[in-house]
Design a protein around this ligand. Sequence first.
Ligand code: NAD
Length: 261
Amino acid sequence: MTLRDKVALVTGSTSGIGLGVARALATEGVHLMLNGFGDADEIEKIRGGLASEFSVTVRYDGADLMRPEQVKAIVKKTQVELGSLDILVNNAGIQFVAPIEEFPEAKWDAILALNLSAVFHGMKAAIPQMKAKRWGRIINIASAHGLVASPNKVAYVAAKHGVVGATKVAGIELANDGVTVNAICPGWVLTPLVEQQLEERASQSGTDVATETKGLLEEKQPMLKFTSPESIGAMVVFLCSDAAQTITGAALSIDGGWVAQ
Ligand code: NAD
């Protein structure tokens, strides 16, 4: 079985992990709907670059996935403009770090809306066509924080645990419909989301980003290195393959041993 000419929507694919996943799928001949924020010229360069390098159709839609109607609209747009939606990668996510008693309520609402509710709305919108075609892959990018907690990340940890739970429910519901649903739980991946945390830590501690990078890895991971977006892309491709057809409802770690402790 080949993935050539399947169609994927990868949310939050203008940067970081989502971009790595989009690239890995394009390499397999998958047509893409990209999504996420950023500089319009930069995004167009990414879109055009993937299309010409891998000879696939690549579209972009800047839907704000905190808004349920925009989640539904981008799923529909993918199905109409690219002819199908076979692979849904719910990846877009944000972070905010503060203790609970100082955690802004608006940040809680925003993180829950994007990191958790958008996953629900995306799955709900995509499932009917996948079921009808008797083939589909839904891959939710959760986190090590979907399995264990850290202080100061109440909204993120709650949302990611929710993603793991919703993945299990969807996996069970679709078990005999040809559709698998899994969560990937990365440890540290050096993307803008983590770079921002490193800069905040450096300014709070009066050290520098290199020192904080070492500290960040040592705090959580027995293996003192970052996972790459390319490795997560390869894991998504594997989950889309025939070999992975009985993997469903799983939360798969790629975290340098973080949750093994
Ligand atoms: P990133 O900041 O590089 O990318 C996030 C993407 O989401 C960007 O494309 C951004 O434009 C998009 N986005 C932000 N708000 C959006 C909105 N309202 N609507 C649509 N798109 C929006 O971050 P990343 O590290 O690549 O994170 C991707 C996913 O991986 C997130 O769900 C994150 O929680 C998860 N994750 C990251 C790490 C890590 O160490 N970086 C670890 C575990 C899990």
